[in-house]
Design a protein. Structure first.
Length: 153
């Protein structure tokens, strides 16, 4: 960035979108599809978008503490370390409970904390989705309105 040069509104909106896209590890096409889906839902598009992103399985695995990052959560999901059951239960497979990275992550979740819409049964290696995330549950510094404005052009 050059000195003395003000960033345009478009630049600010684009940076916010890129930040959220990188945070959740999505491609441009994936992010755009999530935005379109959020737009079709009732309510505020920005809040809907964040709720959809939060409900992705790799993010839920991260939030429950089964992974240290969303990228690691995505890798664990792709390697089939988790079972998803009817009733929104996420369970670490019995074989996978011995994976050091998963057990370390579960121990580290105490420092990070678990969102209210999730519940963790640490001993069983099981997490429950009790509801849907709302904007107030997200503590990350995201200005979703900037993303909505960017896509509204």
């Amino acid at each position: 960035m050059r000195r003395g040069r003000k960033i345009s509104d478009y630049g600010i909106q684009l940076r916010e979108k890129q930040k959220v896209k990188r945070m959740y590890g999505l491609s441009e096409k994936q992010f755009h599809l999530f935005f379109k889906r959020a737009e079709r839902q009732r309510g505020a598009t920005g809040s809907n978008l964040l709720a959809l992103l939060e409900r992705r399985l790799d993010n839920v695995v991260y939030r429950l503490g089964f992974a240290n990052s969303r990228a690691q959560g995505r890798q664990f999901v792709l390697h089939n370390h988790f079972l998803v059951k009817v009733g929104d239960a996420i369970e670490v497979k019995e074989k996978s409970q011995k994976v050091a990275a998963i057990s370390d992550s579960i121990e580290a979740v105490v420092r990070r904390g678990i969102p209210q819409w999730l519940e963790l049964e640490k001993e069983k290696g099981k997490g429950l989705v009790n509801g849907f995330p709302v904007r107030e549950d997200l503590t990350m510094p995201i200005q979703e309105q900037l993303i909505v404005e960017l896509y509204s052009k």
